[in-house]
Write a protein that binds this ligand. Structure first.
Ligand code: NAP
Length: 308
């Protein structure tokens, strides 16, 4: 099969860090163009807008949308209306209903829509899912704490409405949670800490439940200096599980049970090729639904101003 002619929209940090090497390593895709107001990729035709790009290069078959979530819907709509397959960076949108709208349009157009959740493709996530499927769970705690100044320097959009604040990394934990739990949970209480000068939270704590009344909770914090934490710990009847390093390693009762090479973005592009070939979409909004519920149910606490 000839490679799928792919374009990238929104050339920024994640494109340079992850998309370009993953695409270069996947023979199912050929990067033929970019659309970005400032960013370009050496040797690849560059346009300032998705509209100009699609008009000039109708041969483009698929686009990867890598701009911040608040600006993704209009780009996705343009691409879907032009009959292109669409890969969306996480989170897939700024609201749930706009993503539902895109799902409907993709189905009507007969093209594939992919809500990519890169953390689900971390090496030890499937092993954690298998462990929880076989081991009745008593409790689970998500500890997701990082230094925003290190990971998101100067990213103004992330503090704006729809930028999600600490839920931008936290949704990665929720994408793992919603994948590995044998039964879904829902938020029963939450507290969101908003810096007095920002429109998005810097920290959040949540409790979850379902009909089985499991003890499930999460803490997200962007004020973590020193060691960073991207851990999910569960007490089960078969022992204590720790999914560490953002899904990179699985420990059972303190002993390393599984680790593997980091292939999150190569695996995302492999999945995108798979759904395009199969003529289906893969657009799960469960992680975004938890974020929306946290904003809907959460108690708001105003904390010290944050300055980059
Ligand atoms: P970024 O570098 O700040 O933004 C990506 C690009 O989007 C910008 O360089 C900008 O390019 C374009 N853009 C288009 N409209 C924009 C607007 N109105 N305001 C700001 N930028 C706009 O962000 P990023 O870190 O790559 O993140 C992009 C997406 O990837 C987010 O949804 C994020 O959650 C996700 N992601 C990021 C990481 C990470 O480590 N950074 C990891 C996984 C996923 P032009 O100025 O050239 O248009």
């Amino acid at each position: 099969m000839a490679p799928i002619k792919l374009a990238i929209v929104g050339v920024g940090k994640i494109v340079r860090d992850q998309h370009l090497p993953a695409i270069a390593g996947n023979g199912d895709f050929a990067l033929v163009a970019t659309a970005s107001r400032h960013g370009t990729v050496d040797g690849v035709p560059a346009f300032k807008s998705i509209e100009d790009m699609l008009a000039a290069m109708p041969e483009i078959e698929a686009v990867s949308l890598c701009m911040p979530p608040q600006f993704r819907y209009e780009a996705a709509l343009t691409a879907l209306n032009a009959g292109k397959h669409v890969f969306m960076e996480k989170p897939p949108g700024a609201t749930i209903s706009e993503v539902e709208d895109l799902k409907r349009i993709a189905a009507a157009q007969g093209v594939s829509l992919f809500a990519s959740w890169h953390s689900r493709y971390a090496p030890a996530v499937e092993a954690a899912k298998d462990f929880l499927a076989a081991s009745p769970m008593k409790s689970l705690f998500i500890n997701w704490k990082e230094d925003v100044r290190h990971w998101h320097p100067g990213q103004a959009w992330i503090w704006e409405p729809g930028g999600l604040g600490v839920f931008d990394p936290g949704i990665n934990a929720l994408s793992i949670l919603t994948h590995i739990l044998p039964k879904p949970v829902f938020i029963t209480e939450a507290e969101l800490e908003f810096p007095e000068n920002r429109a998005a939270p810097i920290a959040a704590s949540m409790r979850f439940s379902n009909a089985d009344k499991p003890d499930v909770s999460a803490e997200f914090d962007w004020r973590q200096t020193g060691p960073q934490s991207w851990d999910i710990e569960a007490e089960t009847e078969a022992g204590k599980m720790r999914l560490a390093d953002g899904g990179g390693k699985l420990f059972i009762d303190g002993a390393l049970a599984f680790e593997g090479p980091i292939m999150e973005y190569p695996n995302l592009y492999a999945r995108f090729a798979e759904i395009v070939t199969a003529g289906v979409s893969d657009c799960d909004i469960a992680p975004l639904t938890h974020v929306a519920d946290a904003f809907m149910l959460g108690r708001r606490k105003i904390v010290d101003a944050f300055h980059d």
